[in-house]
Design a protein around this ligand. Structure first.
Ligand SMILES: Cc1cc2nc3c(=O)[nH]c(=O)nc-3n(C[C@H](O)[C@H](O)[C@H](O)COP(=O)(O)OP(=O)(O)OC[C@H]3O[C@@H](n4cnc5c(N)ncnc54)[C@H](O)[C@@H]3O)c2cc1C
Length: 424
């Protein structure tokens, strides 16, 4: 067993680690720095995996978070295809799956998340495809091609997919697969997609929008089982209703890997708890990205923000602080999504929303409206812009300031009143 010492060890080869590495290098160009990632690929962006990369509109090379030569040019040791298997927080060591041991001065845990498994009978059948990595999409491409060539028929051709789960990922996958010419049944457990995140008007708009673009949406349905002869051939919704399909794509949430935390006193609930500096409860150990719940002073609580912007922001904060700076989280968290040709941007916290107002009209033919979520104390907690562009900074500011609505509800609802006038 070999032992090596590094000043900075970053576990996880994703966006949070690569953002942290950049932040470290901006402050400490020479301190030894290693990134270890279990995937064979260098760090890459995941959002295209359910959008342009899935639809074969962009290629693999475009996915990287940094230029391929950035790592060598910046003296960063990048170990891909290697898993960090054990952390000994008392000795400041991490052991890899090849038995190599690394002694670190400062450690970042940025191990991301994995798809939550579907737990109904039949979920183990081979043509059930989860979506998280480039390799997942490559496998899915194979299934799509096969289905389009020899799969079940639908109104527009051949090949039928069932997407299970009404969150962001499910909605994007249903849209992209439809754009690729498949017949898509989209199975949503609640009354409308995005149920945990958006209000009824937006959710119902989205259902109609998906339907208008050819997606068959089944709301309020929880599949009982997946059935078929060695492969899934249908999703059973009830004893009297089943949906034929060539493959299934579950998008039922995420789980956060906890293997490394085992036998350590690192404080974690659903995710690793970090303060607004991305520090865990142990000195010199930080966490960022999907695997961390960062303390967000804007909402006064720890939050799991499993989104692209958060991985970048918290990665940078962790890296800066690991390199000796004093940087705190001061962000109005941001999320984006694309559904067919529709762009969605959102800021803030759905769980604090008490009532929602709609600015503009949710019109499926020309969508351009904003949902504003107001907390019980009368302050804006969340803003979701659907097909609305040009006011992003101001919309973000509504959340960043936690603007008190007071008597402003009618002006907020009126699209002819610019948001900048409401912010004054
Ligand atoms: C298909 C898809 C579409 C998305 N679309 C959007 C979007 O439109 N908008 C948006 O805001 N967000 C989107 N996201 C979310 C966003 O991509 C994530 O929040 C972001 O990738 C998180 O970055 P991360 O670095 O924390 O984790 P990850 O990107 O998951 O990277 C963590 C890496 O660490 C590796 N790892 C785990 N354990 C170990 C270990 N023990 N040793 C070594 N390596 C390990 C993992 O294999 C992984 O490669 C999407 C996510 C997916 C999957």
């Amino acid at each position: 067993m070999s032992t090596q010492h590094v000043k900075y060890l970053l576990i996880g080869g994703g966006l949070a680690s690569s953002s942290a590495a950049q932040a470290i290098r901006e402050r400490d160009p020479k301190g030894s720095l290693m990134i270890v990632g279990q995937e064979i690929n260098r760090p890459y962006h995941r959002p295209p995996l359910s959008k342009d990369y899935l639809r074969r509109e962009s290629n693999r090379d475009a996915l990287g978070t940094l230029e391929p030569n950035w790592f060598t040019e910046h003296d960063v040791i990048l170990r891909t295809g290697t898993r960090a298997a054990r952390l000994d927080a008392g000795r400041n060591t991490v052991t890899f799956d090849n038995a190599e041991e690394i002694v670190f001065d400062r450690l970042l845990i940025a191990t991301g998340a994995a798809p939550a498994p579907l737990t109904i009978p039949g979920a183990q059948l081979p043509n059930v495809y989860y979506v998280r990595t480039i390799e997942d999409i490559d496998r899915l491409h194979h299934a799509i091609d096969k289905a389009k060539n020899e799969g079940q028929t639908h109104a527009r051709g051949r090949g039928r997919a069932a997407v299970i789960g009404g969150g962001f990922l499910g909605v994007e996958l249903a849209a992209s697969l439809t754009m690729m010419g498949l017949g898509v049944d989209f199975i949503v457990g609640s009354d409308y997609p995005w149920h945990r995140f958006a209000g009824e008007s937006t959710g119902k708009f989205l259902t109609l929008y998906l339907q208008n673009h050819g997606v068959t949406v089944h709301t309020g349905q929880k599949p009982l089982r997946l059935e078929g002869d060695g492969r899934v051939q249908r999703v059973v919704l009830s004893e009297s209703q089943s949906i034929p399909c060539d493959f299934v794509v579950p998008a039922v949430g995420i789980t956060i890997p906890r293997e490394l935390l085992r036998a350590t006193p690192i404080a974690a609930e659903k995710a690793i708890l970090v303060d607004d500096h991305c520090r865990t409860n142990l000195p010199d150990i930080y966490a960022a990205g999907d695997c961390a719940a960062v303390f967000d002073p804007l909402f006064g609580k720890h939050r799991i923000l499993d989104h692209w912007d958060n991985a970048q922001v918290t990665g940078k904060i962790a890296g800066a602080n690991m390199a000796g700076e004093d940087t705190a989280y001061q962000n109005a968290n941001y999320f984006f999504s694309d559904v067919f040709t529709l762009s969605i941007s959102a800021w803030g916290e759905a769980r604090q929303v008490d009532r929602r107002v709609i600015r503009g009209t949710p019109n499926v033919d020309a969508p351009d409206f904003i949902e504003i979520g107001i907390a019980s104390d009368g302050r804006i907690a969340q803003v979701i812009a659907i097909g609305h562009t040009g006011e992003d900074d101001q919309l973000r500011e509504l959340v960043a300031r936690r603007l008190k609505v007071d008597g402003n509800t009618e002006r907020l609802k009126d699209p002819s009143v610019p948001i900048k006038d409401i912010l004054i």
